[in-house]
Design a protein around this ligand. Structure first.
Ligand code: DAH
Length: 342
């Protein structure tokens, strides 16, 4: 028994981790452990009553000692393990560069949106928002796109089961704003739009637009051009030459595509403008009288212009972002690259 005790203490001494200590416990106190078998394998019939008593007493002592030693060793091992980070710190090479943690940043689309809001607020425009889940009425009917009109197919729509839809353009806010504020009215509506599109480098089903609307007495194409030119020179920090081509949108008459002379080649023709010298930038037009009527605006007195800026596209142009999928990637390493003031 003395030998077993010495051996047990030596083994326990060597066991460093909680796991190794438990292995010692199993070896000595487990069902087939050395100490357990000691009692089982002893032929008590050959012992005198005195010897039996003596044996039993010493065996119990040995067991109690083994149990308490294991308990003590386990506790010490756990304490050592809990203190391990301190050991790690002590061995740390403090001259190694640390891991940077990002505090977050402003999304490139939000940067452009904020800049545009500033520009338009400086020209007396309100900044308004509307719902992303929209009524068919505001997204289509009130914009002079009746149910059976082929123009509806221009925008593939996500329909909800309750008959509502995810707005396909921020133009949906036009009539809401007219109903609420009447004329005269100057407002922009930035916001997220949705279309049922296959996603690739230049198509997203979720993107941002910024719609503009100005209604007042005697508004003409001249006002539209003036505001567009002011806007572009502020965004690009220089005078931008523009031209209007006819374009069809049911909610404007006449409707235009506003092109800007290519900012990279100055109109000579390059890969960005595909050799044409012009970049198609902003669809716009004079608000269709029927849309003004839907907005309960007196068309004998007021007229207006509207435009629909692709915020996502503008941010891509401004920052030279090659793939639209980066915009919704949620990857902060991408977002962090864009400086707040450009
Ligand atoms: N809502 C149109 C679209 O998403 C863009 C647009 C075109 C808006 C002409 C306008 C406009 O305000 O006058 O494709």
């Amino acid at each position: 028994m003395d030998d077993i005790r010495e051996q047990f203490l030596a083994e326990l001494n060597k066991a460093a981790s909680a796991k190794e200590i438990d292995e010692v416990r199993v070896r000595y106190l487990g069902r087939k452990g050395v100490i357990t078998l000691l009692a089982k394998n002893t032929d008590f019939s050959k012992l005198t009553p005195e010897q039996k008593r003596d044996f039993g007493r010493r065996l119990n002592e040995l067991k109690a000692l083994a149990e308490s030693e294991i308990g003590r060793a386990l506790e010490a091992a756990k304490a050592r393990e809990a203190a391990a980070p301190a050991a790690v710190l002590a061995n740390l090479d403090r001259t190694l560069p640390g891991t940077g943690h990002s505090l977050g940043c402003i999304h490139p689309i939000a940067l452009v949106q904020m800049e545009l809001e500033d520009i338009f607020q400086g020209m007396g425009f309100m900044v308004l928002t509307g719902p992303e889940v929209e009524k068919e009425y505001y997204n289509f009917d009130a914009l002079n796109i009746p149910p059976d009109h082929p123009a509806r197919d221009m925008q593939d729509t996500y329909w909800l089961t309750n008959g509502m839809l995810l707005r396909t353009h921020t133009s949906a806010i036009q009539v809401r704003a007219m109903e609420r504020f009447g004329a005269p009215l100057r407002a922009i509506f930035p916001g997220r739009c949705f279309r049922y599109e296959a996603i690739d480098a230049s198509h997203e089903n979720t993107f941002y637009q910024l719609e503009g609307l100005m209604v007042d007495e005697g508004i003409s194409v001249a006002n539209l051009i003036a505001v567009m030119k002011a806007l572009l020179s502020e965004i690009f920090h220089r005078e931008v030459t523009v031209r209007l081509r006819p374009g069809f949108f049911p909610f404007v008459e006449p409707g235009f595509e506003l092109d800007a002379q290519c900012l990279l080649c100055g109109g000579k023709g390059c890969s960005t403008c595909k050799g044409s010298g012009w970049i198609e930038l902003i669809p716009c037009g004079l608000v269709h009288p029927r849309v003004l009527e839907f907005g309960r605006i007196d068309t004998s007195k007021y007229s207006g212009f509207a435009f629909g800026l692709g915020l996502t596209r503008l941010a891509m142009m401004k920052f030279g972002i090659p793939d639209i999928r980066l915009m919704n990637s949620g990857d902060i390493r991408f977002y962090e690259q864009f400086p707040a003031a450009v």
